[in-house]
Design a protein around this ligand. Structure first.
Ligand code: A3P
Ligand code: MG
Ligand code: MG
Length: 363
């Protein structure tokens, strides 16, 4: 056992550990069949929708991806392998994982609702971290059983994808027909296609390679990705009521929005506010980097971005010291104030974390 304590949180207060601005090193897409494509073919362009639209429209035709299969880190490793083939250089990093895993880790100091389980292994000096898939499926089931209020979960999920479909174009505005733009609400909503950015970033002294979905882009990708890319993240949420409780709920959502976008270097978040029936009643543009300051100064200061960064820096340092050599470790967080537990579950090999193709390439 090599548990990592979360409390007392004060340990992580103060100025933030060094962070490196994320830069895209490669990208890939899933197409409409959810097949891997080594390119930006599923990149979408932001073009705002009008308020008043019904986000439930077309729900009966939703093409929803079956994600009950465990895909491990396969697509991310494929993209890294192809990058290494192109450049002839090995992608060195302390940690390689999906952005979603780092989001969960960074939110841990303040997240009292969601537990997590991950698997990790060390291979050629890099820690590879994945979600424990069975646990993800089980907690989804649990969530379905425990939520009884409001609209069904599946419909609420559809609202999120519908908002994306209404706010994004498959080609830049100037190259998209008026007919398409005017009839966007008739498009069948699907979550098969995705554009994924692979970034190099740093937290504390640790170098990370993260892969994650990006919803869209404001303009177009610059020739030099080091300049930063005007990515756009889309979110829908119930319009917060102005009571302290309502604002607190929204502020806690902002924590997740901020972490998710911060990790990939997404500068702008478009929040679509909906009523309880799924009608879009407002939209707001947020600048990712301003969110922590706004929460601290004009909000209820329910979270501190520096604590998240410092917690992540210390946790990654701890992982680096614990996950060494062969075998598979389980990383588990069950209770808000309890520690993150880390224990070895396999003595040798790398479990299912690394694809055979990736291991063969690196041998
Ligand atoms: P909203 O975020 O607007 O609710 P993302 O915001 O990460 O781009 O995800 C797009 C949509 O996928 C979400 O829209 C939501 O509908 C669905 N989604 C993402 N993560 C989810 C989760 N953990 N549980 C349920 N639905 C989720
Ligand atoms: Mg998304
Ligand atoms: Mg989104």
């Amino acid at each position: 056992m090599a548990d990592f304590d979360i409390t007392p949180l004060e340990r992580f207060a103060g100025t933030s550990a060094a962070i490196k601005r994320p830069t895209e090193i490669t990208c890939f897409s899933f197409d409409e069949s959810h097949e891997y494509q080594p390119d930006d073919s599923s990149l979408h362009y932001y073009y705002p929708t009008q308020i008043g639209v019904d986000l439930s429209q077309g729900y009966d035709k939703f093409r929803r991806l079956d994600d009950t299969r465990d895909d491990h880190l396969d697509a991310l490793l494929q993209a890294i392998m192809e990058l290494e083939m192109r450049t002839g250089e090995k992608c060195e990093a302390d940690i390689i994982t999906w952005r979603g895993m780092m989001t969960k880790i960074m939110a841990t100091p303040y997240d009292n609702l969601n537990d997590f389980e991950m698997n990790a292994t060390c291979f050629q000096g890099t820690i590879f971290l994945e979600e424990h898939h069975d646990h993800k499926l089980a907690s989804r089931e649990e969530q379905l059983r425990s939520t009884r209020t409001g609209a069904p979960q599946d419909l609420m999920m559809y609202w999120g994808y519908k908002f994306e479909a209404l706010s994004l174009l498959p080609t830049p505005w100037g190259q998209t027909s008026r007919d398409y733009i005017e009839n966007r609400d008739q498009q069948i909503v699907s979550n098969y296609a995705q554009y994924c950015s692979v970034v190099r970033t740093g937290i504390g002294g640790k170098m990370l390679i993260l892969g994650g979905e990006v919803d869209g882009i404001w303009d177009a990708k610059p020739a030099d990705p080091n300049q930063g890319i005007n990515w756009v993240e889309l979110k829908t949420t119930a319009k917060p009521n102005k009571s302290p409780g309502g604002m607190l709920t929204y502020e806690r959502k902002l924590l997740k929005y901020w972490i998710q976008s911060f990790l990939l270097g997404v500068p702008k978040i478009i929040v679509g506010f909906r009523d309880r029936g799924g009608i879009l009643v407002g939209q707001e543009e947020l600048e990712t980097k301003k969110i922590p300051g706004t929460v601290a100064r004009v909000g209820q200061a329910s979270w501190d971005g520096n604590v998240c960064i410092n917690f992540a820096a210390a946790f990654l340092e701890h992982l680096r010291n614990t996950i060494t050599g062969e075998g598979v470790w389980r990383i588990r967080h069950r209770h808000r104030s309890g520690p993150v537990e880390i224990f070895k579950i396999e003595e040798s090999g790398h479990g299912g974390i690394l694809s055979q193709q990736f291991k063969d390439w690196r041998q």
